[in-house]
Design a protein around this ligand. Sequence first.
Ligand code: P5A
Length: 441
Amino acid sequence: MRRSRYFLPTLKENPSEAQIVSHRYMLRAGMIRQASAGIYSWLPLGLRVLQKIAQIVREEQDRSGAQEVLMPTIQSADLWKRSGRYDGYGKEMLRIMDRHEREMLYGPTNEEQITEIFAGAVKSYRDLPRNLYHIQWKFRDEVRPRFGVMRGREFLMKDAYSFDLDYESARVSYNKMFIAYLRTYARMGLKAIPMEADTGPIGGDLSHEFIILADTGESQVFADRDFLSHDVLADPPDFDDAAAVASVVKRFTSLYARTDEKHDQAAFEAAVPEERRYVGRGIEVGHIFYFGTKYSEPLGARVAKPDGSETAIHGGSYGIGVSRLAGAIIEASHDESGIIWPDAVAPFKVGLINLRAADAACTAAADAIYARLQDAGVEVLYDDTAESAGAKFAEMDLIGLPWQLVVGPRGVKAGTVELKRRAGGEKQELSIDAAMARICG
Ligand code: P5A
């Protein structure tokens, strides 16, 4: 993409409404614009990041055996009256009346909807287990939407729903999601810590939040630093091996990790030696629940057991804050100049800077490198504008692409370019071939 053609409305000044760094940088880097309180438009650069995050989430859901569906944002109130949640959900639910005066709502979550689909389709234990997920916009009329996409009113969530015959089998499904979550966050360059959590309006008696560490997080966390040394991608359990999956889950759940509501300082000190105690703040980027028959009973999701008797299915639901993650990744990875995207979610891999657009030799060299990167399938943003070198460098640092490739008149004469790694900032003068090899290797 040529910068001269790209819709990238960056801001030089810090917007006054943004209180935390991710919100500031998302506005300044032209990723998002506020539409109304807690509701955002995603501009080209931001949308690329959102789509990369969603794709990693999707791949890890698929790998664990879940299957993608797409349910609507608008739901009927009747369904929620049947589950008993319509009144209890309170003011956070956006209630809508259609032209026939039927009560509708903008879905804050989809337990009812998916359970109804399931109840209409599955009648036998032979069709279990199943796990269905979608990546869809939600609306929650938060009292205090704030921090940009971190606490929005409209936000993108991945929500998965598992269906099992009994508690034991539901635990297997829960454990698979647990591992899928660790893998998902690790692929984004994040260390997520699972913590026992309250179940709130979703209900049930088993639940974990996944928290990434960041100073601006909304929850206070107390955890064993041993979490940070586990690498689930290096030694992943096989999803078909329930015992192997359970043993990794056990390794994680046996370490101390609690948010302030559940924290017990006596217990913390007994379980974790002083040098391993982490006390800080964190951002909730996922939340998983086992709630048994809470939705299947009222909505009639029943199956025949092998002995012919009937039972309500055992369910769980599993959420990831996809749009929140765009902000959370910035909270975890930035410096005073801007964002530092982990490679896996970067909107482009390379920012190619032509330092002297008015110089024919420089432009010819930069154009040729641009073509070469595109041919190699590398996503590149090519700053071909006539802006000053200082402005170009500042903008590239702000938008945080992993590599910066700088083509200037002196280097063109010598046959070299400057390659800078955004994370760490180290720079190297290299031949074009060597720079290509570094980027592509
Ligand atoms: C699990 C999936 C649920 O809604 N039902 C379906 C369950 N869980 S949850 O914890 O309430 O939300 C799941 C994740 O969504 C993100 N999230 C938000 N992101 C941005 N703005 C919000 N207002 C918001 N509310 C929830 C969080 O990452 C949460 O873990």
